[in-house]
Design a protein around this ligand. Structure first.
Ligand SMILES: [Cu+2]
Length: 486
């Protein structure tokens, strides 16, 4: 720990003084437009009960002993209870907002129309305060998706993805090739965020050696830290363990539902056979000791349970694990304290899962996207730029032609890692840190500091499409761009 220290209370005071009320103003406008209750154009919502109902309401999360968080969540808990859908089978969705502010409910990783995708920049339907909306959507593609709020937080750490508004969505494939004995859904999330000055936390993926040469004169602005960490809303040791039997093949569906953090997870004495990334089957099922998930990334991995005992599945970062980032894995008929063993040093390589020897076809057009940071200075916020410009809602969207194949050429010229997310599309990784690859299909890719990644996608889905960094603080301060496919 270095740098100045502020008490949490000071920071919260700073946050509220900065004005929680300002960030939702444009949202409120759209909610007035949409009225207190509405049904969308497009497909006709059926009468009778909806297939999927989400109540946005205040929830109490018992994260640890004598430590209950009051936050906003879905259907009474955080994470909200799993939603299972079937690929290609339309469902009627009804959203009830039981809170005092408008909300946006984003279906992350699905290829659905912009009006129901749940992003303000795509002019999606807003769920008005104390109102409800109803619409239809056709779940696609199959695999691990999720739902989360898409409200801007700005300086308000009680809003947006800092809250408990997230839940896993699993879209069953038309045919299920799964070979496993048990399925376990795990969502990671941090609680009690606070603003802190740079250097108070050693961040994963931060630039090391070459940081000095890129140092700018003005210091970094606020970063976000957390008091409490959890898997499925429970700090390590406070929830039910994952109960397994020797010889079982357990399929873990892991979601990083953090607002801002990229994480690693390991299960000592075991290996993860990664079968899907962001819900999409990988060409090569690589086995690894440590998983890495940028904010909003998902990993599906099979673990063969052949090392009986009581283990901790958790982050290798000791402080974060002690503050709750982990869950106990308990074999039948075993007892004793859970064991943690530091995993071997590992590096996450997306291309290890790619189709060997396959080369992605040339795109019709390459779109360069250079990411920059304007340091905010002490007690201010950094601003983020794409091709030299922070997002402005007044900007014309970047026009794309339907059916054309585009390559997004990411050049991260900042000292932070960024989980880059494209809405309403699945992209293919084609080059990662100088190495060509093919066949890895994702909707978020975590780019390291001062690095380059290329992804390709075919613009098949008409309408507005949001691209942004999934780190809430980065998104809120300019790291966004809107495409329009016509
Ligand atoms: Cu970012």
């Amino acid at each position: 720990m270095k740098g100045s220290y502020f008490s949490r209370r000071d920071l919260l005071r700073t946050a509220s003084a900065l004005g929680a009320g300002t960030v939702l103003s444009s949202c409120q406008k759209s909610s007035q437009r949409s009225g207190a209750s509405q049904e969308t154009a497009g497909s006709q919502p059926p009468s009778g009960p909806a297939d999927v109902t989400i109540h946005i309401n205040e929830v109490l999360v018992d994260v640890a002993k004598n430590h209950t968080i009051t936050t906003r969540g879905y259907n009474g808990s955080a994470p909200g209870p799993l939603i299972r859908l079937r690929e290609g089978v339309p469902v009627a969705v009804e959203l009830f907002n039981e809170t005092d502010t408008p909300e946006l409910v984003h279906w992350h990783g699905q290829i659905i129309p912009a009006d129901v995708d749940g992003a303000e920049e795509e002019k999606s339907i807003v769920v008005p305060a104390h109102g409800n909306v109803r619409y239809r959507l056709t779940p696609s593609p199959a695999g691990a998706r999720f739902v989360h709020t898409h409200v801007m937080s700005g300086p308000n750490l009680h809003q947006g993805t800092y809250t408990g508004q997230f839940m896993p969505v699993y879209i069953e494939p038309k045919s299920n090739p799964g070979n496993f004995d048990q399925e376990v859904f795990l969502s990671t999330h941090e609680w009690e965020p606070f603003f802190m000055a740079e250097g108070e936390e050693e961040e994963e993926g931060k630039a090391g050696e070459n940081e000095k040469e890129h140092k700018e004169e003005r210091p970094n602005g606020w970063e976000v830290g957390y008091q409490l960490f959890s898997i499925n809303g429970k700090a390590l040791g406070f929830g039910d363990p994952v109960r397994v039997r020797e010889g079982e093949r357990v399929l873990f569906h892991i979601l990083n539902a953090s607002a801002t953090e990229n994480i690693q997870l390991a299960l000592p004495g075991h290996h993860f056979q990664v079968i899907a990334l962001d819900g999409n089957a990988v060409p090569i099922r690589q086995t690894v000791d440590v998983l890495e998930l940028g904010t909003a990334e998902r990993v599906d991995a099979i673990v063969e349970m052949k090392n009986p005992g009581i283990w901790i599945l958790g982050t290798p970062k000791d402080d974060d694990r002690k503050n709750g980032m982990g869950i106990v894995v308990e074999y039948a008929n075993k007892n004793g304290p859970p064991r943690w063993i530091k995993p071997p040093k590992s590096s996450w390589d997306y291309t290890a899962f790619g189709a060997a020897g396959r080369v992605a076809p040339a795109p019709d057009e390459t779109i360069p996207m250079v990411f920059g940071k304007i340091n905010g200075g002490r007690e201010q916020f950094n601003h983020w730029t794409i091709n030299g410009k922070s997002f402005d809602p007044k900007d014309e969207p970047h026009a794309l032609r339907k059916g054309a194949r585009y390559r997004l050429s990411f050049d991260n010229q900042t000292d932070d890692a960024h989980p880059l997310h494209l809405h309403r599309n699945t992209f293919e990784l084609t080059k990662v840190y100088g190495k060509s690859t093919a066949g890895v299909l994702k909707d978020v890719v975590l780019i390291k500091p001062f690095s380059k990644i290329e992804v390709d996608f075919t613009a098949n889905n008409l309408g507005l499409t949001l691209f942004h960094c999934h780190q809430q603080l980065h998104m809120d301060y300019g790291f966004k761009k809107v495409f329009h496919v016509a």
